[in-house]
Design a protein around this ligand. Structure first.
Ligand SMILES: C[S@@+](CC[C@H](N)C(=O)[O-])C[C@H]1O[C@@H](n2cnc3c(N)ncnc32)[C@H](O)[C@@H]1O
Length: 210
């Protein structure tokens, strides 16, 4: 990954996603699958940030949610649409760098961010906008790699500034109630680019209803 807001992110991800296979697989992320029963009931308005090839958006759509997937890579989102068609569900896809994407306030019931690693200050800017964009009772589901992942080398960005800690995310998502906020090691088997012991941070948080 390189600088957000420019052609580099898009080109790098387009190149990774040009493989015929789904490089993160077609099954949903484990933490998202575990959290699905805690989310607002379907049909909820769901936004998935950095959705890539669609495994998580398609999973949520099969549960009856109305899912919008945003990503800088049109190649990834093309595969997401193909996967959705194969599974008989529909998605709205938006090709955009998150630096340019407007998170409209008071709009979403759920915002999903799975291994969507953004550097500062974009990370803080997007996460603060996520809080504002949630409706009362709306929820964030996030999993990302922590700096401890640098030693494990089983996927994720190779630079500290792209990795997330629980403390950083607590500050980013200030104003939400945290149901889950933890760093842990787990076996991640999610496609060829994420396979092995992983050092992750997980967030499940809800916007207060008043
Ligand atoms: C590690 S992949 C994860 C994909 C997907 N969330 C999953 O778990 O299968 C990171 C994704 O974030 C997207 N991404 C990274 N930086 C981005 C940015 N600045 N704006 C939009 N998308 C971005 C990439 O295109 C890629 O699809």
């Amino acid at each position: 990954m390189s600088q957000p807001g420019g052609p580099d992110v898009r080109d790098q991800w387009n190149s990774r996603f040009s493989a015929q296979e789904y490089v993160y697989g077609t099954k949903p992320n484990d933490f998202l699958a575990e959290s699905a029963s805690s989310l607002p009931p379907a049909p909820a308005r769901v936004l998935s940030l950095g959705e890539g090839e669609g495994r998580n958006a398609v999973f949520l759509a099969t549960l009856g949610h109305r899912v919008t997937a945003v990503d800088a890579s049109e190649v990834g989102l093309g595969k997401a649409e193909k996967l959705a068609a194969e599974r008989g569900v529909s998605l709205k896809t938006v090709v955009s760098d998150l630096a340019d994407f407007t998170l409209t306030p008071d709009t979403w019931d759920v915002v999903v961010s799975i291994f969507c690693h953004l550097p500062m200050p974009l990370r803080r800017q997007v996460h603060r906008a996520v809080v504002a964009s949630l409706r009362p009772g709306g929820m964030v589901v996030l999993e990302g790699y922590t700096p401890a992942q640098l030693a494990l080398r089983t996927g994720g960005p190779p630079k500290r500034e792209w990795l997330y800690t629980a403390e950083e995310l607590r500050e980013d998502f200030q104003g939400l109630d945290f149901l889950v906020l933890r760093e842990l090691e787990r076996d991640v088997v999610e496609g060829k680019l994420h396979t092995g012991r992983g050092a992750v941070v997980q967030v499940l948080a809800r916007k207060p209803t008043r």
